[in-house]
Write a protein that binds this ligand. Structure first.
Ligand SMILES: [Zn+2]
Length: 103
């Protein structure tokens, strides 16, 4: 079996965002969206009640969000991709966040 990496790779187009910026990216239903995402991660361990914990949030160049953290069950890295790039008006929000965070 391939051994899992122990560190997340942060790609060149990814910019870390804060919790409030994550809310902006996900819109008014952010609570539901985050809850859904942290509870539905893929992990090799196959545990049924795993969650994504201690994650950091990133946006990429197509304005999607990636949560990078750890599997609560086996303590290895895990991530969850959230497609937000198609949402109306998201480009302006993402551009503003990128501008702010890249200074
Ligand atoms: Zn796991």
């Amino acid at each position: 079996m391939v051994k899992k990496r122990t560190e997340h790779i942060i790609h060149a187009d990814e910019v870390e965002i804060g919790p409030l910026q994550l809310q902006l990216m996900l819109g008014s239903s952010y609570k539901k969206a985050i809850e859904l995402c942290v509870n539905s991660i893929f992990c090799n361990c196959g545990s049924k009640d795993k969650r994504l914990v201690n994650y950091k949030s990133y946006i990429n160049d197509v304005n999607d969000v990636i949560l990078k953290g750890w599997c609560s069950s086996c303590n290895t890295i895990a991530a969850r991709y959230i497609e937000t790039g198609e949402r109306e008006g998201i480009e302006a929000i993402a551009d503003r966040i990128r501008h702010t965070n890249q200074k």
